[in-house]
Design a protein around this ligand. Structure first.
Ligand SMILES: C[S@@+](CC[C@H](N)C(=O)[O-])C[C@H]1O[C@@H](n2cnc3c(N)ncnc32)[C@H](O)[C@@H]1O
Length: 430
């Protein structure tokens, strides 16, 4: 392979390109499996806009008062939990420099489509009304039965279908719908397609409403991720999930310190009550030092290697347990990435911090699969930083890969990527 002499940036680009290519190839195949097996089946339902595949989950009362989605049996990382077709999506391809006016056009188009879908289908309208507007006391909101979201049984051929189609028009409460869209819409930024498009200053701007997904709460210690294929959102487990555990995904970037995350949650209109936030914001012993480190990280410019060493030493002296160490490493991921991304910093501090693959493995335990963590795992493994023998490392890479992309990433594809990384590194050191 002609990779000898590549600098770190080029190697990084090569790896992310390889990830994209593998993903793209894999989507074609897995799309055929997922879409034919689950999604297309939904189109035989009475109300095609509501085609859903609901896995082993149900809606229950969440610990912070509102409703949430819970696993009803053990689920392995990578397994598909839900596939849901959007009630409506507004999309636009706009440049980074687009003014808010262009975004408003996308939003208006989206709102019109939601209203249209609700007007045409009374069941869509009633499901939309189960969502929170953000104004009701959350613990008073009724918990919907999961059966409401499941694909409806094939209709008997007795003419009732025609009767349903001509069901009387519903009067829509537009004001209420606008409020609940504010709380429950999701953007498509988890879609691989947006990563591919994002490279040349073009932003794939997509906003949509997936009713069942809107019951999934946020956590900074999430156990699920979503990807998008066309109008379908696919939610998969990004960590192993136990029966009875709440399914959560990240509404915003959780590879940041607690202060930043709190700001992001407030912008969404809530105070995050996940266990990671409760620990990081509530630990009196670590609190002050964490606030200082966060300040340094956010202001930038300092020696990120020194910051990581201080954090690791503080955690060692305070006897922070592994699970919480993983939370804090995830919070200061930016500093770890800067350290491991610089040969100079690695030479200066490398012996005083755990290896890159070990940090990546720890962080994946806290936030589940994630592209940036997977890349670090690959790079750390390629540098042979001692997180096991070749087979053990390969296994870890495949596991984080599946947790990141769901079952669409095949073992073979991850092996190819892993080999590419090792070959590139050994050629580089020639
Ligand atoms: C898309 S809805 C999720 C479903 C919502 N819990 C319900 O009962 O309708 C988003 C809202 O759920 C609540 N929520 C989600 N994640 C939360 C968290 N980690 N901590 C506190 N509230 C949260 C907030 O009120 C937020 O505005």
């Amino acid at each position: 392979m002609a990779t000898a002499g590549l600098d770190d940036d080029s190697l990084q680009q090569l790896r992310s390109r390889a990830t994209q290519l593998l993903l793209k190839e894999d989507w074609k195949e897995s799309g055929a499996v997922d879409l034919s097996e689950w999604v297309l089946a939904g189109f035989s339902g009475k109300c095609p806009d509501l085609a859903e595949h609901v896995g082993p989950v149900e809606v229950r009362r969440s610990s912070h008062g509102g409703r949430g989605v819970f696993a009803v049996k053990n689920i392995d990382a990578g397994a598909t939990l839900l596939i849901s077709k959007a009630v409506a999506i507004g999309r636009g391809v706009i440049t980074d420099a687009a003014d808010s006016c262009e975004k408003m056009v996308v939003w208006k188009d989206f709102v019109d489509k939601v209203l249209d879908a609700a007007e045409k289908c009374p069941k869509t309208a009633s499901l939309i009304y189960t969502l929170s507007t953000g104004e009701e006391p959350e613990d008073e909101l009724p918990v919907p039965d999961i059966a409401q979201f499941k694909q409806e049984a094939e209709e008997p051929d007795d003419g009732t279908a025609a009767a349903t189609e001509s069901a009387p028009e519903v009067t829509l409460d537009v004001d209420k719908i606008l409020k609940l869209l504010d709380v429950n819409c999701l953007t498509e930024d988890a879609a691989p397609s947006s990563n591919l498009l994002g490279s040349n200053g073009v932003v794939n701007c997509g906003v949509g409403l997936w009713v069942l997904l809107a019951f999934i709460n946020h956590s900074c210690h999430p156990n699920a991720r979503r990807t998008h294929v066309g109008d379908h959102a696919i939610v998969h487990a990004s960590r192993d999930i136990k029966a009875g555990e709440e399914i959560t995904f990240a509404y915003f970037d959780v590879l940041t310190p607690v202060g930043r995350r709190r700001e992001a949650a407030r912008a969404w209109g809530f105070e995050c009550q996940c266990d990671r936030c409760r620990f990081e914001a509530g630990d009196a012993i670590l609190g002050q030092e964490l606030a200082r480190l966060e300040n340094e990280l956010v202001n930038g410019g300092g020696d990120m290697g020194a910051l990581v060493v201080r954090l690791e030493e503080k955690m060692r002296k305070s006897m922070v347990k592994e699970r919480r160490k993983a939370f804090l490493r995830a919070s200061f991921w930016g500093a770890y990435s800067a350290l491991f991304g610089s040969d100079k910093l690695v030479r200066k501090w490398g012996r005083r911090v755990p290896g890159e693959a070990a940090v990546a493995e720890s962080v994946a335990g806290a936030i589940g699969g994630n592209e940036s963590v997977l890349r670090a795992m690959l790079r750390g493994a390629g540098n042979g930083d001692g997180c096991g023998n070749r087979l053990e490392v390969e296994d870890k890479v495949v596991r984080i890969g599946r947790a990141t992309y769901g079952k669409v990433v095949k073992r073979q594809a991850m092996r190819a990527l892993f080999k590419l990384t090792l070959d590139a590194d050994s050629n580089k050191s020639l």
